[in-house]
Design a protein around this ligand. Structure first.
Ligand code: ATP
Ligand code: MG
Length: 367
């Protein structure tokens, strides 16, 4: 974590070839009262390559936003990063002092948050807010900043008059597009995007997504795109990371993972979406995510998995390769083609629901 190279202003500073962000063994816990901690992120490792969009998906509460906020140093005070490294272009983001980190923010690393209204300051005009990082980090003149702002707005399909508006004068979709433009204005190498369209209506979502895709094609910026919307991730991401209960359970090129999921959780997640390929019927995963204050010893998905064995309850599987850059944390990855077939049927998950009901009845003392 020590010995990070000095901040470079060139566009190609020291780093690992091809890898822009390298996260290793990241663990984050929240103190939740009475001495208890929730293991929100547990030993997560992944890379974001240059010029790629990497999707981070999973059920609500699986730790996606916690990963994003750790990168941006936006975690609340009750969070502790207990282990891990996050190297952006070879510099450990967790080890930088606050001043070094501020220099990196906007210029190398930026953030598009979910809530466009609260992310913009209501009392400043949009153009002034967008110009602020430029003036602070690049010391550009007012005139030049205004020109850059107008260009940045044009890139997301907004005209220059938006610069003189206050946030409340814009629609939700326009505000979200302003945030996209703002995050990209200093041409950072990595943009972390957290559910950028979730709060918007369906039509506006499509519009914002269209602009996002256009911006992405025209820039060489990499994106870490957090979303629970698999349809969106399939459309915009090159690679995908799947989290479950704070752990990374599958990763790989998006087309591989979407066409041939190797972890039973990913199968359930994908086959629950109407337009997904490969599902004979729509399925839903019964049960709930484990309590992160008392995570199970073995695979966190075992309780809800149609294929779990004793081994799964006892031992957390490591990520294992299924070829072509795809990996899944399942003891039985080699059986994934047969599992896919079974997991695409509703009755397979129905059996899990029966199993969970019996377990609950046993716990309540009525076998
Ligand atoms: P969503 O899809 O709902 O946005 P997520 O995958 O982004 O979910 P996180 O917000 O990272 O999930 O939350 C991960 C876990 O950490 C959850 O169990 C959540 O309850 C817990 N958590 C998140 N923020 C806090 C907090 N400030 N204090 C305590 N626990 C928290
Ligand atoms: Mg979230």
């Amino acid at each position: 974590m020590s010995g990070a190279p000095a901040i470079s202003t060139s566009s190609e500073p020291a780093g690992l070839p091809g890898t822009l962000l390298r996260v290793r063994g990241l663990s984050v816990r929240y103190r939740v009262g009475d001495g208890a901690v929730a293991r929100a992120v547990d030993d997560v490792s992944f890379d974001v390559p240059r010029d790629r969009t990497v999707g981070l998906v999973g059920e609500s509460g699986c730790g996606k936003t916690t990963v994003a906020k750790t990168l941006l140093r936006l975690l609340p005070p009750n969070a502790d990063v207990v282990a891990g490294d996050m190297l952006l272009e070879g510099r450990d983001l967790l080890a930088l002092d606050p001043q070094e980190f501020r220099r990196l923010r906007w210029t190398r690393l930026s953030y598009i948050p979910q809530n466009a209204l609260s992310a913009l300051n209501p009392v400043f005009r949009v153009g002034d807010q967008m110009a602020e990082p430029m003036r602070v980090h690049r010391g550009v003149s007012k005139k030049e900043a205004a020109r850059t702002v107008a260009n940045a707005l044009a890139k997301v399909g907004l005209d220059g008059t938006v610069a003189s508006a206050y946030p409340h004068q814009l629609s939700g979709g326009m505000r979200q597009r302003v945030l996209i433009a703002m995050a990209l204005v200093l041409e950072p190498v990595l943009v972390v995007v957290d559910e950028p369209t979730t709060a918007l209506d369906v039509l506006t979502q499509l519009e914002v997504l269209k602009e996002f895709k256009r911006v992405r094609e025209q820039s060489s910026t990499s994106f870490l795109y957090v979303s629970h919307d698999l349809g969106v991730v399939k459309e915009v991401c090159d690679d995908v990371l799947v989290m479950y209960a704070g752990k990374l359970v599958e990763r790989g090129p998006a087309d591989r993972v979407f066409s041939g999921p190797a972890h039973p959780f990913t199968m359930g997640l994908l086959y629950a979406v109407p337009e997904s390929r490969g599902a004979a019927q729509l399925v839903s995963i019964p049960g709930a995510t484990p309590d992160l204050r008392h995570p199970p010893r073995g695979c966190p998905f075992a309780e809800r998995c149609p294929f779990a064995t004793e081994l799964c309850l006892e031992e957390m599987p490591a990520l294992r390769s299924v070829g072509d850059g795809q990996e899944a944390a399942c003891h039985y990855v080699e059986r994934s083609p047969a599992f896919r077939e079974d997991a695409s049927r509703a009755e397979t998950w129905g059996r899990v629901a029966d199993r969970l009901r019996s377990a609950r009845a046993r716990e309540a003392g009525n076998p």
